[in-house]
Design a protein around this ligand. Structure first.
Ligand code: BTN
Length: 228
């Protein structure tokens, strides 16, 4: 069961550093503030104290599963949690961004270490517009900046962990096939003109291995530029 045991600290460098191979599967670390929050591709992830969800989960994916797909599993869980809180529709921008009203409200970072994966999920919850990073690559948003109300972070975290438990256990048993319809319904890039990893053209969707199909080519990973 994802969520037990849980470690919460007021401040840390990154919740990704609070978990390791010695922890049981499902262990969770959260923090009110990260002094060195990590994003994908060596970027930073920053939020003022007490405004966001910073959560990491220790997973031991079975050998037959492809661990990089966990970014999409985490993204789907975060998207569903934000949908349940806001009652708005939320998209997943391959491979790891969660979008509301075309703004990035959450990100996922899957880091593999010695047969375990530390899956980090950050959700921008109660930041005011001016507290969002000004230099972000994607236009950032928070649930508050986009809906005009504040949300209980503990309540949202509980829903996130419950959604992650469900998505992860289905993925463990049946792979991405089990989540394929839910991912496809929330695909932010499908039908947009994109450039990624040398491929350029219309994004045709996410395939059953978790790759992005662009103009007939399956892209494994990369940084997507898209037409806004
Ligand atoms: C991204 O979009 O680039 C990924 C962002 C991931 C941020 C979360 S917050 C909790 C965990 N701890 C970190 O330092 N990063 C992840």
């Amino acid at each position: 069961m994802i969520g037990e045991p849980r470690t919460h600290v007021e401040e840390c460098e990154s919740t990704q550093l609070l978990l390791g191979p010695e922890d049981p599967e499902g262990a969770v670390a959260t923090s009110d503030y990260q002094s060195g929050g990590r994003g994908r591709l060596g970027r930073t992830w920053v939020a003022p104290p007490g405004t966001a969800i910073h959560c990491s989960v220790l997973l031991r994916p079975p050998a037959e599963r492809s661990a990089p797909q966990l970014s999409l599993v985490g993204g789907l869980a975060a998207a569903e949690a934000v949908e349940l809180a806001t009652r708005l529709s939320v998209q997943i921008k391959w491979p790891n961004d969660v979008m509301l009203n075309r703004r990035k409200v959450a990100g996922v970072l899957a880091e593999a270490r010695e047969k375990v994966v530390v899956l980090g999920i950050g959700i921008n919850v109660n930041q005011a517009r001016e507290q969002l990073p000004a230099d972000a690559r994607q236009p950032p948003g928070s649930l508050r900046s986009l809906t005009g109300r504040e949300y209980g972070r503990e309540e949202l975290l509980a829903v996130l962990l419950q959604r992650l438990d469900d998505c992860y256990s289905r993925w463990r048993s049946d792979g991405l096939d089990a989540l394929y319809g839910e991912l496809g319904a929330r695909d932010f890039l499908r039908g947009r003109r994109v450039t990624v990893d040398g491929a350029e053209g219309l994004a045709e969707g996410i395939d059953r291995q978790g790759r992005l199909l662009v103009a007939g080519r399956a892209v494994e990973s990369g940084e997507v530029e898209y037409e806004r």
